[in-house]
Write a protein that binds this ligand. Sequence first.
Ligand SMILES: [Zn+2]
Length: 280
Amino acid sequence: MTIDIDAADNPANGDATEKVGAFVRRTAPQVLYELGSEDLLRLQDINFSKRVFRISFAFLKRADLIDRKENVRYWRDIHSIEGVGYRITSQWVARSLPLYQAWLEAQGIVPDDAPETSAPSLRRAARTGVRWRAMPVGVAQNALVRHLLSTLGEDTFGKDDWRKACAHFGDACAYCGATGKLVIDHAVPMNRTALGEHRLGNLVPSCNACNSKKGDLDHRTFLEDAPDRVTMIEAWMTACDYRPRSDDDTLRSFLALAHEEIGALANRWRDILANLPKPD
Ligand SMILES: [Zn+2]
């Protein structure tokens, strides 16, 4: 896509305003997944958003904190990061475009010139030292958290349990009621924020479409517009004596330690490997 900076400089130019909105909406989601938690916090700060992008709303806001009045100021798309759903503000003005682009560049991210209809595709600028598509250590950190959550408690989950779970939901997707191929989904996601477990009650049948749309979202957030489905899922949890541990701060803080430890381990080994003698 091409960006007409001259047009973007003129706030009265409606067409340019539309362009900057579409551009942010296309590029921001991918950026969010590449940011660290500090940057995520900054984007939720309204003063940071005013100063850096000259916009009047926080760039990012937790979906559950958006009230009715603000609802129209944020795009409906929910981006799930570590089990929390966020929405991006739609309130962009033309003069924000170069500011947003400069910010992207400072993050070491250069959007491709892909047409607007294609999926977001970004590449890291080589000169920032961040390797394009390198495997982030966060993958290992999150894998450990999932492993620990999946091995909590004594109970096992077998094929019979899976059949029981499917039967409870009428052999249909717990989220939309679709029949056909069903996969196992964790209603409360297995991550260090939501603390979902891999056990009877939290495992529900899902169609592939819902499974990929739901991502890391909590079943309640995902089913915001379908309270009956939430009730059905929670009845299943109760029937299985599954009590989500979302309020268990002790568990959460221990998982945070485990998560950090993997990060420290990765740093240590990166240093060791960087100091290996060079082969001749
Ligand atoms: Zn479904």
